[in-house]
Design a protein around this ligand. Structure first.
Ligand code: AP5
Length: 217
């Protein structure tokens, strides 16, 4: 299936994408992860993106669109993909539609994960990520067994630079201005399915699974 995960920062897109990918074997494409890796590697993409990311703003459409197109052309996406963090503007959504059309495909569903702002701030300021395998933890909701250490691979946990309260509030503003219009965009196309994101990650996944099974028929 070709799936887009929509939702504010911290709504649980990465968490649910990992669960869907684990269940169905569908490749997970996270534009945030791709950009953070580029920043760590010091590539020209990373150098262009870093300032925007640190400020909690979107990197320009012309930078990110080409990156995603390249991923979608990879062989492992032939039988489906989960896009997490893309599209984030109407221009990105239109270009995605165009690229998929050229490749003879289209989206099957857009899952919109809904979570209140205050819960988002709690989630993001408490998020910790494994630097080695990428497993996402939360200091209160999903803490690692040993502080600062990933229980899956033993890697060190880190906090994202844009997970401070000030930057999270800016990211929420940017989401409302530039990304929330996609809810109507996809509703008009009949692709949108809303998912309440405030229950536990396992309960949210149950709803996600029911929705996906309903679409697969
Ligand atoms: P990106 O990495 O995509 O960040 P984001 O959209 O802000 O989303 P997050 O990764 O912060 O949150 P999430 O929804 O994945 O939540 P998670 O599952 O981790 O983008 C970062 C930056 O890159 C952007 O600001 C921008 O600069 C740039 N960028 C990326 N894509 C771009 C694009 N297309 N165009 C332009 N710029 C782009 O969960 C969060 C926390 O909550 C975790 O600790 C988790 O354990 C916990 N949690 C998850 N689910 C639950 C639950 N149900 N209950 C309790 N806790 C939960």
């Amino acid at each position: 299936m070709n799936i887009v995960l929509l939702g504010a920062p911290g709504s649980g897109k990465g968490t649910q994408a990992a669960m869907i990918s684990g269940r169905y074997g569908t490749p997970h494409i996270s534009t945030g992860d791709i950009l953070r890796q580029a920043v760590t590697d010091g590539t020209s993409l990373g150098l262009k993106a870093k300032g925007y990311m640190d400020r909690g703003e979107l990197v320009p459409d012309e930078i990110i669109i080409g990156v995603v197109e390249e991923c979608l052309r990879e062989e492992d996406c032939e039988r489906g993909f989960i896009l997490d963090g893309f599209p984030r503007t109407v221009a990105q959504a239109e270009s995605l539609e165009e690229s998929l059309k050229e490749m003879g495909g289209s989206l099957d569903v857009v899952l919109n994960i809904e979570v209140e702002d205050e819960e988002i701030i709690r989630r993001l300021t408490g998020r910790r990520i494994c630097g080695k395998c990428g497993r996402i933890f939360h200091l209160l909701f999903d803490p690692p067994r040993d502080e600062g250490v990933c229980e899956v691979c033993g890697g060190d946990l880190y906090q994202r630079a844009d997970d401070t309260e000030e930057t999270v509030r800016r990211r929420l503003e940017v989401y409302k201005e530039q990304t929330a219009p996609l809810i109507d965009f996809y509703k008009r196309k009949g692709l949108l399915r809303n998912v309440r994101g405030e229950k536990s990650a396992a309960d949210v996944f149950e709803h996600v699974q029911e929705t996906l099974e309903g679409i697969r028929g």
